[in-house]
Design a protein around this ligand. Structure first.
Ligand SMILES: [Zn+2]
Ligand SMILES: [Zn+2]
Length: 167
């Protein structure tokens, strides 16, 4: 997806162009799916003196205008991204929180058609696939692999130590 220039984006949405809004948009273009605190860190790297509240305000305004999207995974801080309006979903690692975009599984937003809308006018369907990322899967199997020899080592060490020590 071609991202337009942050200045144009703000202008198109009738927002005044401020340093903090631009910095937030640039931060999200560089690294999407950041928490508000992660974005504060990135914005501070660009604009030295900026309050946390100023960044929060910019995030709030940009979200309200639909320029960025706020996702609230259960049990995690909200994350933000600049890819909006395409009904894409997310894969989130339960271990490290790594978040990856996934295109809608069935094409053009059909998951907005709930089997029973209960009188609601639905405008968004949020799908999060929870699991464990490949890196964390690798680390977990690595820990398991290490645990076995370590336990064996202890056993053999306690057996050999008393013999070794007198020598
Ligand atoms: Zn992970
Ligand atoms: Zn995303």
């Amino acid at each position: 997806m071609v991202r337009s220039d942050p200045v144009d984006t703000l202008r198109r949405h009738g927002l005044s162009i401020t340093a903090q809004r631009l910095a937030v948009l640039r931060a999200l273009a560089r690294r999407p799916h950041g928490s508000a605190d992660a974005i504060v860190e990135q914005v501070r790297a660009e604009i030295n003196v900026i309050s946390r509240q100023a960044v929060y305000n910019a995030l709030g305004t940009l979200t309200e205008k639909g320029i960025i999207r706020r996702i609230q995974p259960a049990g995690s801080p909200a994350i933000y991204e600049n890819r909006v309006g395409d009904n894409h979903h997310h894969l989130i690692c339960r271990t490290c929180g790594k978040t990856v975009d996934v295109d809608c599984a069935v094409g053009k937003a059909p998951c907005l058609k709930a089997s029973d809308h209960a009188g609601f006018q639905i405008d968004e369907a949020e799908v999060i696939y929870w699991g464990t990322c490949s890196k964390c899967l690798g680390a977990a199997s690595g820990i398991r692999d290490q645990a076995i020899p370590r336990r064996n080592l202890k056993v053999s060490a306690s057996k050999t130590e008393p013999k070794r020590n007198p020598i």
